[in-house]
Design a protein around this ligand. Structure first.
Ligand code: NAG
Ligand code: NAG
Ligand code: NAG
Ligand code: NAG
Ligand code: NAG
Length: 451
């Protein structure tokens, strides 16, 4: 899904900034509404798990002594769990033929905590079919990046990281903060076409910190959480500055002002689905996996291969495997058709099931995607399923994750620095599965080593 969001947003930006601003305010409004709608879906993701949902209870590891029939029974149970998860994600749980309008309604369950935390008004367009269709169309167009675009974005990543390294390398780079700012800047460039040199890093840091704090607060205080004045102020400054730089180029700066909460609605879904998978995949691929030998060879043609289906295939398995272990959305939620709690499909559990992926299910092995069994194919859905699949599923998402991870791996490499988790459970261990909570990576740092 990571990229589900990217797509729509790219659209937004391109569309909004380059064409629509001065003429088509109405359309712009609709786009914003759609954005808000998507943000709300994002919000749904962090809702509480239903403890009675069978999908949230992981199956046991197959013990060595299991007989063949016990194994096949375990596989049959895994198969059932996967079918159940898929039926929630593709809406078939709600009936055989669900109309688009009903799907949108089932999907558009608001998470009032996040609405409260970010000032996003859910009541807008959440089940409007026409807005939805327009949005999908725009989204599909905006993720069509050329090979030159990918080269440019890779350059943006490397420039950003070299600056970070020069500034903080010797005192330690806080990885979570670094990756958040990197992803935020890349989304700004990719979607809004802004000049990364003009983006104020300190402002981006304050905004990404502010977003994180609001998410954490909304988990603690539930609906009592209020929008943050300082976050809105910072967003206003950022978009004020960006608006200016776009206006300079095309001379259309008049009515382009974007409300901070609308701006947040535009940026957050794609940025939020990217940063954790990028951080976790970077750390795993370059530091904690058992077998790092094949990594350099796999990614040697990044960035030039990006966008070339024939040569990018092996490199993209880095993202495919990263999204298996660390999917952007651990769970996908839908409304119950009658009264009752939300239905939740546990994506992460399906992606890590030992009965499906084997004993090395928790290991990072991109080569497992050389050859998937039918059950593995069925158990893998990082971009959702069916008609509401993330528009980025066809390659854009994998390219974005791979590009970001490889730029991290090269700029902050094991050859030039050391990773510190500041946690005895994690430091100096290999083959570990990393924690995925948004506040569980804050102490991780990368320190330059004098060679
Ligand atoms: C400026 O206008 C030109 C021509 O319409 C367009 O190609 C370009 O993308 C625009 N740039 C920005 C930043 O809006
Ligand atoms: C994951 O979350 C994003 C952000 O809310 C959402 O737009 C997307 O639909 C979710 N992904 C899936 C597969 O549902
Ligand atoms: C949300 O927007 C609608 C329509 O613009 C408005 O009527 C409603 O009062 C707003 N709700 C909140 C909570 O701001
Ligand atoms: C993507 O862009 C290229 C050139 O910019 C164009 O030829 C191609 O048709 C586009 N593909 C889609 C699916 O829009
Ligand atoms: C990070 O470090 C601080 C200070 O040492 C500690 O209180 C906190 O629990 C640590 N956080 C995590 C997630 O380990």
């Amino acid at each position: 899904m990571l990229i589900a969001l990217l797509a729509p947003f790219s659209l937004l930006i391109a569309y909004v900034l380059h064409h629509v601003l001065s003429h088509q305010t109405l359309l712009l409004k609709q786009i914003f509404s759609q954005t808000i709608f998507n943000t709300i879906q994002l919000a749904r993701l962090i809702g509480p798990l239903d403890p009675y949902d069978p999908l949230t209870v992981p199956d046991q590891v197959i013990p060595d002594s299991n007989s063949a029939s016990e194994i096949s029974e375990a596989q049959a149970r895994a198969n059932q769990r996967i079918d159940d998860a898929r039926s929630i994600i593709d809406f078939s749980y709600a009936g055989p033929k669900i109309e688009l309008e009903d799907r949108l309604r089932l999907r558009a369950l608001a998470n009032s905590r996040l609405v409260a935390a970010f000032g996003i008004n859910t009541s807008l367009t959440s089940s409007s079919v026409s807005v939805h269709k327009k949005f999908r169309k725009l989204a599909s167009a905006s993720i069509n990046k050329s090979r030159a675009d990918w080269q440019k974005l890779y350059g943006v990543c490397m420039d950003f990281l070299q600056r970070e390294k020069a500034r903080y390398g010797r005192t330690g780079i806080g990885l979570a903060e670094c990756v958040r700012c990197l992803c935020f800047v890349v989304v700004l460039v990719s979607q809004f076409g802004v000049d990364d040199k003009k983006v104020d890093k300190n402002l981006v840091k304050r905004i990404t910190d502010g977003i994180n704090a609001q998410w954490l607060k909304s988990k603690e205080d539930g609906e009592a959480v209020k929008t943050s004045d300082s976050l809105n102020h910072d967003l206003g400054m950022l978009f004020g500055n960006l608006k200016t730089s776009v206006a300079e180029e095309n001379g259309t700066g008049k009515d382009t002002s974007i409300d901070p909460s609308e701006a947040l609605g535009l940026i957050m879904p794609q940025y939020e689905t990217l940063w954790r998978v990028v951080l976790l995949t970077y750390v795993t691929a370059y530091y904690t996996q058992y077998d790092k030998r094949s990594l350099k060879k796999r990614v040697k043609d990044i960035p030039s291969c990006l966008g070339n289906a024939a040569t990018e295939k092996e490199a993209l398995k880095l993202a495919t495997e990263g999204l298996r272990l660390y999917p952007s959305n651990n769970s996908i939620y839908r409304a119950a058709t009658g009264p009752g709690p939300l239905k939740s499909a546990d994506v992460q559990a399906c992606h890590r099931d030992f009965n499906v992926w084997g004993r090395d299910a928790l290991e990072f092995r991109p080569e497992r995607f050389d050859n998937l069994t039918p059950l593995q194919e069925k158990a893998y859905f990082p971009f959702s399923l069916g008609s509401h699949k993330c528009p980025a599923f066809g390659g854009f998402g994998n390219r974005m994750v791979t590009m970001l991870v490889v730029s991290m791996g090269r700029a902050l490499s094991p050859e030039t620095g050391k990773l510190n988790f500041e946690d005895a459970q994690l430091d100096n261990r290999v083959g570990i599965i990393l924690p995925t909570g948004r506040d569980e990576m804050e102490n991780w740092s990368w320190d330059m080593v004098r060679v």
